[in-house]
Write a protein of this length. Structure first.
Length: 301
């Protein structure tokens, strides 16, 4: 009985050891599988980010038209005016005052003269808030003596702005994921690869932001270019002299005296210069006259 009991105990202990060893092997196998799965997930994280980025862009593009009707439309207004004024400097000062009162500013200003009538011409380029754009144009036209040319054009950039906004949103999502991957990366090669991708994405974000800021500025502030021509209506000094009766009389009197003096001078020069010829002609004429007179007397007798 003692021998049989000892054999039974030995057999039970061997079965327990075998069960424990098989359990350990199973646990090790599951751990290895989980580690392999984790490594595969970490290696494909960048591809998942790119695929999710493209998917988000497609979703944004499909919903772009729907959102365009919900946002304020962004329209870039541009106006070109050519006006005629009586006083150039006064007109420029009035326009600058109107621009400042409406929260705008002057972008460019130039002036040039040299015309035959002494008038001054120039050009002004102003940026005006869009809500006061048409009122400002009307004031400039009303303040001029004559409007030679007036044109207003608008460019709708709403769709472009919404597209840029969607692309910027997607790029920021990619940037956030790349930053999280960089924090989790442990190898130098992975850090270099992720940093290059991050720099590229951040550069694209800056480009998109700059273009959006440009469109916002152009849409918020309209551009007005004003060509100013001065019409000089003052009486010049020559016209004043022409309108002075006494001056005109003196000038005409002096002209008459000069004409008479010139005529007498010409006659004097003519007679004195041709005196020998005139004496001969006079003698011949007297001889002919006396001959004719004698013939008439003889015919009467």
């Amino acid at each position: 009985m003692i021998v049989s009991i000892s054999i039974l105990i030995t057999a039970c202990s061997n079965e327990a050891g075998e069960s424990e060893s098989s359990g350990d092997r199973a646990n090790r196998n599951t751990e290895e599988k989980s580690s392999q799965e984790n490594s595969s997930v970490s290696s494909g994280a960048g591809d998942d980010a790119v695929s999710e980025d493209s998917g988000s862009q497609e979703e944004d593009s499909t919903s772009q038209n729907g959102r365009a009707s919900d946002v304020n439309r962004k329209i870039i207004y541009t106006a070109n005016l050519r006006i005629e004024v009586k006083n150039y400097q006064k007109a420029v000062n009035d326009i600058q005052t109107q621009v400042a009162d409406r929260g705008g500013y002057i972008v460019e200003s130039n002036m040039h003269g040299g015309s035959e009538d002494g008038s001054t011409n120039g050009q002004l380029t102003a940026r005006i808030p869009q809500e006061q754009f048409r009122e400002f144009v009307q004031l400039v036209e009303d303040g001029s003596s004559e409007v030679l040319q007036s044109s207003i054009s608008g460019q709708d950039v709403t769709e472009e702005y919404i597209d840029l906004e969607s692309r910027l949103k997607s790029k920021r999502v990619v940037e956030k994921r790349l930053l999280s991957f960089m924090e989790q990366a442990k190898k130098t090669e992975d850090l270099l690869t992720i940093s290059d991708d991050l720099a590229k994405v951040q550069g694209e974000i800056e480009e998109l932001t700059g273009r959006m800021n440009y469109l916002e500025n152009k849409a918020d502030l309209a551009t007005v270019t004003i060509h100013i021509q001065e019409k000089n209506v003052t009486i010049s000094s020559i016209n004043k002299e022409d309108l002075n009766t006494w001056e005109k009389t003196k000038q005409q009197f002096m002209k008459s005296i000069n004409v008479l003096i010139s005529a007498f001078s010409s006659l004097f020069v003519f007679f004195i210069g041709n005196l020998p010829v005139l004496i001969i002609l006079g003698a011949v004429g007297l001889a002919i006259f006396f001959i004719i007179k004698r013939r008439k007397k003889s015919s009467r007798e």
